[in-house]
Design a protein around this ligand. Structure first.
Ligand code: NDP
Length: 248
């Protein structure tokens, strides 16, 4: 019962696949109504169906989180649904890897635009709605790379480290309104984002994980559901690392 989200409304960005899909399905499994967001109309159809199979309710919405007008339209759609948003999960994210010396400004900016500015736009746009909720939650998806750094991912590491700083500040600002703000920082998780790693890099990564296996999206989703649940109401401004011990 401590994990029950019955009667709560959640919104998950980047819910068409990977970690975001599992977060949406797990929240629905625990009773939440879930707005599933991705860049394309119909992009979350499969996720919405999977939420239904878990006995939950969900709808798909399209939004490019890096575009302020698109985020405004998303807020409008949620308001018009008549639901009070209580749980916001900023999961949408991209990578544009490359060595630092060769990294183009476009690749640096593209990653900040989605991972950092997108999280900022969505948090800012929904902060008022969440403040009206009883016991509101913001859960931003970071990465251990934001804490440890990673060769070839200076742009990505910068965006994820910045999300931690922003979330801690937001935690202090919204605490008076009983909204908690936390980061879940996954390590190496099996999704489309990590599927194209060369075998040698994969082996090297496995060697750096004490639990010696790649994580699953379900394991990240379980951490998000924990932070969204009533039992976590006194936790705010924290980074919950889900990485098999990678950054111990
Ligand atoms: P995927 O590449 O599998 O999925 C990315 C999701 O983000 C998709 O739903 C995609 O939607 C959405 N998205 C991308 N750009 C935008 C945008 N501009 N506006 C709205 N939605 C967008 O990623 P993962 O599931 O692997 O990663 C999810 C999160 O977890 C990311 O923030 C990532 O940085 C983080 N993470 C992942 C790790 C891993 O090992 N996989 C490790 C640490 C952190 P669409 O289908 O429409 O493109």
């Amino acid at each position: 019962m401590t994990q029950s989200l019955q009667g709560r409304t959640a919104l998950v960005t980047g819910a068409s696949r990977g970690i975001g899909r599992e977060i949406a399905v797990d929240l629905a499994r625990h009773g939440a109504f879930v707005f599933c967001v991705s860049t394309r109309e119909g992009g979350c159809d499969e996720t919405v169906a999977a939420c239904g199979e878990q006995g939950g309710e969900a709808v798909g919405l399209a939004c490019d989180v890096s575009d302020e007008a698109s985020v405004d339209a998303l807020v409008k759609a949620v308001r018009e649904s008549g639901r009070t948003l209580e749980i916001l999960v900023n999961n949408a994210g991209i990578t544009r890897d490359g060595s630092f010396l060769r990294m183009s400004t476009d690749d640096f900016d593209a990653v900040q635009n989605v991972n950092l500015r997108g999280t900022f736009f969505v948090c800012r746009a929904f902060a008022r709605l969440l403040s009206k909720a009883e016991d509101g939650r913001i859960i931003n998806i970071g990465s251990v790379v934001g804490q440890m750094g990673n060769p070839g991912q200076a742009n990505y590491a910068a965006s994820k480290a910045a999300v931690v700083g922003m979330t801690k500040s937001l935690a202090k600002e919204l605490a008076g309104r009983q909204v908690t703000c936390n980061v879940v920082a996954p390590g190496y998780i099996q999704t489309d984002m990590t599927s194209e790693l060369p075998d040698d890099v994969r082996e090297w990564l496995l060697g750096s994980i004490p639990l010696h296996r790649i994580g699953t999206a379900e394991e990240v989703a379980a951490a998000v559901t924990f932070l969204a649940a009533p039992a976590a109401r006194y936790i705010t401004g924290q980074v919950l690392v889900v990485d098999g011990g990678m950054c111990i």
